[in-house]
Design a protein around this ligand. Structure first.
Ligand SMILES: [Zn+2]
Length: 113
């Protein structure tokens, strides 16, 4: 198995990379969730209510996606469907956050519930 973050070969069933310390999402990881980790539920709720503005992605550190959604909802008004696209996109991400489809923030930190 290779580290998602630094690419080091870290063997099987390790819960974090000895090289860079990033969590792998394997084995005992759920008990290792950082108390200060970002919350999937918070992110999901943000996605539902403010998702068109990319707020949930700013929260998770996915700034590029967040800016894309923000631009769709603002400048995208010119083409009318921009906010609609951003809204649908955010709604899909809200569902992914609630169902575990999105499990990490932009730094690779496992999200807590
Ligand atoms: Zn690593």
């Amino acid at each position: 198995m290779y580290c998602r973050s630094c690419g080091a070969n870290i063997g099987e069933n390790v819960s974090y990379c000895p090289q860079c310390g990033v969590k792998t999402g394997i084995g005992t990881t759920p008990t290792y969730v950082n108390e200060n980790a970002k919350s999937r539920v918070v992110a999901g709720v943000l996605a539902l209510f403010f998702g068109g503005l990319g707020i949930h992605n700013f929260y998770l550190g996915y700034n590029d996606k967040a800016v894309a959604q923000l631009l769709l909802s603002t400048i995208g008004l010119i083409i009318l469907v921009g906010p609609l696209i951003a809204g649908i996109w955010a709604f899909v991400e809200a569902i992914q956050l609630f169902t575990g489809g999105i499990r990490y923030d932009a730094k690779g930190e496992l999200l807590r519930d």
